[in-house]
Design a binder for this molecule. Structure first.
Ligand SMILES: C[S@@+](CC[C@H](N)C(=O)[O-])C[C@H]1O[C@@H](n2cnc3c(N)ncnc32)[C@H](O)[C@@H]1O
Length: 192
């Protein structure tokens, strides 16, 4: 694996059906019973992982078919996350997980779902990935630093950020961030 100068510690990108090591790393900070939203969840691999760790997981996606294969445990919600009414009202989660998905117009709404003291955990494709295949549409590729910038604009504090080339499960350019919303006293989440 090689990384751009933005990088921190290296973590391998998992095969799509396994939970991402990046997501596992940050979910490990949550206490039992904390709430986790797997946003645009697909098969719900991260909701499933969170549930097995004793977290209260919700998977949301527009595609009922993929979520229908989830083992009992996580709460499943079906909704269009890109148009129409925002399906969350004033709900907040201790962690919001977003992987292999990007829809810029609602990033601020998504970040607002993170509770005070909670985490936003994102990992998706970045510019340069066109060299390796899909996604190659610029709408789905992050610019360098973009997750940091968007997180900060949404009032979150960046805990960790990486941007670079991974080789597993296939060559891809990815970017990932873990950001936290300072709690009501302005304190940051304890990381260890
Ligand atoms: C590449 S998959 C990633 C799934 C999952 N996050 C993962 O990493 O395994 C992208 C997901 O976004 C969902 N999606 C795309 N557009 C959506 C929309 N408008 N509303 C809700 N979900 C959407 C798709 O149904 C699909 O499950």
């Amino acid at each position: 694996m090689s990384f751009s100068p933005h990088c921190g510690a290296s973590v391998a990108l998992a095969p799509a059906r396994s939970p991402s090591p990046w997501v596992q790393r940050w979910l490990a900070l949550l206490p039992p019973g904390a709430t986790v939203l797997d946003f645009a969840a697909g098969s719900g691999r991260h909701a499933q992982y969170a549930h097995r760790r004793g977290l209260r997981a919700t998977a949301i996606d527009r595609d009922r078919g993929a979520l229908g294969e989830l083992d009992p445990g996580p709460m499943v919600r079906i909704a269009d996350l890109e148009s129409g009414a925002w399906p969350f009202a004033d709900e907040r989660f201790d962690a919001v997980v977003v992987t292999n998905y990007l829809f810029r117009p609602r990033f601020a709404l998504l970040a607002a779902l993170v509770a005070p003291g909670g985490l936003l955990i994102c990992e998706t494709f970045a510019q340069g990935n066109e060299r390796f295949g899909k996604p190659s549409n610029p709408n789905f590729l992050l610019a360098a630093g973009e997750l940091c910038e968007r997180s900060r604009r949404a009032g979150l504090s960046v805990v960790a950020y990486e941007h670079g080339l991974v080789e597993q499960p296939r060559s891809a350019v990815i970017q990932r961030v873990c950001a936290t919303r300072p709690d009501r006293d302005g304190a940051l989440r304890r990381l260890g």
